[in-house]
Design a binder for this molecule. Sequence first.
Ligand code: PMP
Length: 442
Amino acid sequence: MSPSPLFYQAGPALPEVSHAKGVYLWDETGKQYLDGCSGAIACNLGHGRDDIREAMLAQLDRVAFTYRTQFENAPAVALGQALVDLTEGELEKVFFVSSGSEAVESALKLARQYFVAKGEPQRRHFVSLRPSYHGSTLGALGVTGYEPLEAPFADIVNASLKVPGPDFYRHAGAGDAHHVEHVLSDTRAAIETAGPETIIAFVLEPVGGASTGARMLDRHYLDGIRALCDEFGCLLILDEVLTGIGRTGAWFAYQHYGVMPDLLATAKGLGAGYYPVGAVLSRADIVDTVMASGGFQHGHTYAGNPLACATGLAVIEVMQRENVLDNVAARGHELKDGLQALKARFPWVGDVRGLGLLWGVELVTDATTKIPFPAEQNRFARITALAKEEGLLIYPRRTLNGVAGDHFLVTPPLTIRADDIAELLARLERAMYRFDLELKRE
Ligand code: PMP
């Protein structure tokens, strides 16, 4: 085979995919892989579904593309309403995009334009967490706290004020409430130093995703951030690109905590890997203010096209019809128990954390010291490679110096069955056993 013109990643050549069905994919050599991370936490309903295919084909036969300023289209209106309904009407306005980065970028720009329209143009800055991941476009990268991705662009992005969030793993023992109070008071101090009147919004993943290995927040912390936003007159933007559309067992993760955002970005699971579609959901008065000032000065060509929205609508219909959220709860418990059992067995598993079918496993040199592996050892890549050899896909991330150890996410399709959870755990156990042997031999 001639060398590939694609340059997505350094390192060895990738297997070429052949086909996929349910939670399994096959490569061209016939090797089978269990999709333990839904690709990039996107293929939430598994592969090769006839019902989604039928809905997409029906829309393709009618009209695939129209431009949002030329035509209203029924799938877009219906999907917009479905999303509003999933927030129980709390967020009443929807703006479609094609990816998570675009959703975050659009939320940032909508928030900024809201304050310009309100006569508060001095609000120029965002606050976000370190570590965090909010996307790869320059605006979304500006609020991202993940050093390897930031470094080459540090001089050209509009960087947000980065503050630490709670870390219940490394601060266990001090008492969660005490730790949260401490984090909140440091956050308040950082905002007061920067000038609260300059802040547009706080941007936050309600459960950490790729950058943190599913690091959890809690209600106390989210209540505290909501209160700070209200006190300082800035907005709360929740990035539910990864957590939205059922991943954590609720339609949106904020619903576990009862803390309402002003704006919410979602993507990944909305198209479930069948078509790119994302959305920004907003409080109505924010949109009304921006529209009254002349409209949102923003947009993408593919935003809200009929095929994208018909796909998103089919995804939500499948999830409602099959009570997928109930499956997330049941399978989530099985996965959690299995991962906890593996943690008990291997001393280098520091932490297992998560919610629903979003689970993170943090690797450390020793669970008693919680000291991460040196970053240059790339342990995250090794365990992922071993899992792949065993026919299991997991989603890896490297050590963040001083902030977190290597970790991987286990995030199978939300429709996974109990026997496939057992198979996933068996393959993971084999990979971990081999990883353990390698560590012992060093
Ligand atoms: N926000 C979060 C929380 C994410 O997990 C991601 C993707 N990993 C993004 C934003 C960016 O989404 P996309 O890759 O679709 O641009």
